[in-house]
Design a protein around this ligand. Structure first.
Ligand code: C2E
Ligand code: MG
Ligand code: MG
Length: 665
């Protein structure tokens, strides 16, 4: 260490003091000498002694101070050395951390200038280190949207530089020298007591991609990649709000359902069905403007939001144009497939506040279009709205009715045509509505089917029918063996629960399965051929008889019926009712059905026999069983109880006694 040379040394000061003291003494000595010469000699000697003593003391002190100063200097030097080493170590430590965090990290000055960048940052930036440090701002690497986020935070953290401000995270877009973009998460932490911050950048491009994918999946249909219901509802909601703000803004909603899509699926397979849905979506999209939204609601149902339309005619013309487009075939798997669709249209959208209500009404209009035939379109109007309200009310009432048990079974006797003797009953549901009185099934079964309420309702009917027949059969013993028919809806038939439900009901009622017959329509049997065949066989294994109801009104094929173990055909009432009014035509049909049934080993029940003529003709044709008002109307349970009493009371029961005769007694 170099010693600093001061201007005046301690020895010099001591000499100056001694000199000054000597000069002062000399002055007093001069004056004393003038006053008394002897005294002066003594004083002079004394003074000289004193001066030399003081000088000695002074010199000693000076030497001691010098020693202390030297020691202090040495200690200081050691400490400075230690501190410097510590600082160097600490800097190495922090630099190592800064360099090796794994994340791109920069130190930024106020104003976001980069003062230090680690090698990862250098690499992702595409610049050289020297072109970055003190030369570039972090903002130069971010898109404008990210600028706002980060600047706000930077200002805030520096305002509070005396306080402890925690680190903040920002999701930003990073743009490198070559304009390559990536998603990054910036963690910005101010360095306390300075105007600097540390920014570390993590690449989250993959994460954001996954996030976007998840978001996309949540709002899009995977098959067609079209928006799904949730996204459509959002668009519709925005359209409703826009229409409220702007008088000149109108929109319309189109609901589409492919006619007979199920047929394509069943006959050509699900793969072709899927291809058809994709091709269908493309063709519709091509005919729409960019601002319109086409969404798939599920299955073969699609919706279109027509935005910013001039008037209602425009929406109708779009519907017509789309229907024209759909007249052209789709070429799938080398086959030409047609996919006409039924359309429901809601034009007067200003009346709505809820997107769900628009969809509901467009759906209702589509439903009515379908009822009118294929490839039709229907605009929703007030009458449809009233009908929809009515249906909604019915549905609510039906739900309540199931809980409060407002249903009861009536039983229509089935007789042997030979002598009109009783062989069994068909259970027919009646709804005792608290306000509307008795409602017949024709007015509520279809709603029950659509809402799925048919399942609990059928359960109630079957339970009651089995319990009632078990009671009656117990009373009759072997005198007369009866059966009960329960109607099973086509919507219910292929439900996997049917088999178990039937078994449970038989178990709880104690009725042997041979007494139960299930009536199924032809359409139900045609639904899913393979599944139907399996189910029918399993029901048969349980010992349950199966009946085809309303035969002649569906499309069942003979070869198909042959594969099913069906016992009975019920000729539809429409053929029976005209058997004597249009003798030629209907007689031939009924005869054909009878011979067909014969060939298939099935027995036939003629439904809706109303007159003695009909009875006569059918008997001649060897039709074995009949049901209709001519024999008996459907009877309430109480009346069947009385009928059973009468049969029971017959002392010598004649199995061949005609039902009308017994009823008349
Ligand atoms: P269906 O199974 O064909 O029942 C025969 C219908 O014809 C019954 O009408 C019956 O009252 C009526 N009918 C019987 N004989 C005559 C007659 O001589 N003349 C006339 N004009 N009609 C006659 P209902 O009870 O109104 O039932 C109508 C339909 O409702 C039934 O037709 C059946 O398909 C359905 N249905 C009835 N009960 C149930 C049920 O519990 N579940 C299901 N899924 N459907 C049911
Ligand atoms: Mg029936
Ligand atoms: Mg019938």
């Amino acid at each position: 260490m170099t010693k600093t040379k001061s201007f005046i040394s301690l020895n010099d000061i001591a000499l100056i003091i001694i000199g000054a003291g000597a000069s002062l003494l000399y002055y007093y000595f001069e004056r004393a000498l003038q006053a008394s010469p002897n005294l002066s000699v003594f004083i002079t000697i004394g003074i000289i002694l004193m001066i030399s003593l003081c000088t000695q003391i002074l010199i000693n002190n000076i030497n001691r101070s010098k020693e202390a100063l030297r020691e202090a200097n040495e200690t200081l030097e050691v400490k400075v050395k230690e501190r410097t080493a510590e600082l160097r170590e600490s800097e190495i430590k922090y630099r190592t951390i800064f360099e090796n965090t794994g994340a791109a990290t920069v130190i930024i000055e106020k104003g976001l200038t980069i003062s230090l960048a680690n090698s990862v940052f250098v690499k992702i930036s595409g610049y050289k280190k020297e072109d970055l440090e003190s030369a570039k701002s972090l903002l130069e690497f971010l898109d404008t949207k990210s600028h706002r986020k980060i600047k706000r935070e930077e200002d805030f953290s520096h305002q509070g530089q005396n306080h402890q401000v925690g680190a903040q995270n920002f999701e930003c877009k990073f743009i490198d020298k070559y304009k390559q973009q990536r998603d990054i998460l910036i963690t910005l932490a101010p360095i306390p007591g300075s105007f600097k911050s540390v920014a570390s950048l993590a690449d989250i491009t993959e994460l954001k991609k996954a996030e976007r994918q998840i978001y996309h999946q949540a709002f899009h249909d995977t098959l067609t990649n079209l928006p799904n219901r949730a996204l459509f509802m959002e668009h519709l909601n925005m359209a409703i709000k826009r229409a409220r703000r702007r008088d000149d803004y109108r929109f319309a909603v189109l609901y589409l359902d492919i006619d007979r899509f199920k047929l394509v699926n069943d006959s050509l397979g699900h793969g072709v069905g899927d291809s058809l849905l994709i091709a269908f979506a493309h063709r519709i999209l091509e005919s729409l403007r960019d601002i319109d939204t086409l969404a798939r609601l599920g299955g073969d149902e699609f919706v279109i939001l027509l935005e910013d339309i001039e008037d209602s005619d425009y929406a109708s013309s779009v519907a017509e144009r789309l229907q024209q487009e759909l007249k052209k075939p789709f070429l799938l798997d080398g086959k030409e497939v047609f996919a006409p669709a039924s359309f429901g249209l809601v034009i007067n959208t200003s009346a709505y506040a809820q997107p769900e209500h628009i969809i509901r009404d467009a759906d209702a209009a589509m439903y009515h279009a379908k009822e009118r035939g294929k490839a039709q379109f229907k605009v929703f109007d007030k009458t449809l709205h009233e009908k929809a309200l009515h249906l909604l009310q019915r549905e609510t009432d039906l739900r309540k009715a199931i809980h409060t048990k407002e249903f009861e079974n009536h039983y229509q006797p089935i007789v042997s045509m030979e002598n009109a003797s009783l062989v069994g009953f068909e259970a027919l549901i009646r709804w005792k509505h608290p306000q509307l009185g008795v409602i017949h099934p024709g007015s509520f079964i279809s709603i029950a089917e659509e809402t799925g309420l048919i399942i609990p309702i059928t359960h109630l009917v079957a339970q009651e029918a089995c319990a009632d027949l078990q009671r009656w059969q117990t009373r009759l013993g072997n005198k007369l063996i009866l059966t009960v028919n329960v109607n099973i809806s086509s919507k219910h038939f292929l439900r996997t629960s049917l088999l178990k439900d039937v078994q449970d009901i038989l178990d709880s009622s104690g009725l042997p399965s041979k007494h139960l017959k299930l009536e199924i329509t032809e359409t139900a049997l045609m639904e899913d051929a393979e599944e139907t065949i399996r189910l029918v066989h399993r029901l048969k294994d349980l010992g349950i008889h199966l009946v085809i109801d309303d035969f002649g009104t569906g499309y069942s094929s003979l070869s198909y019926l042959q594969r099913l173990p069906i016992d009975t055909l019920k000729i539809d009432r429409s053929f029976v009712s005209r058997i004597h009014t249009h003798p030629d035509g209907n007689r031939n049909i009924v005869e054909a059905i009878l011979s067909l049934a014969n060939r298939l080993n099935m027995v036939v029940v003629a439904e809706g026999v109303e007159t003695p003529e009909q009875y006569e003709i059918l008997s001649q044709m060897q039709c074995r069983f009949g049901q209709g008002n001519y024999f008996s109307k459907p009877l309430p349970k109480k009346e069947v109880d009385e009928l059973i009493n009468k049969i029971e009371r017959l002392r010598c029961p004649d199995k061949n006694l005609s039902l009308p005769d017994i009823l008349a007694t």
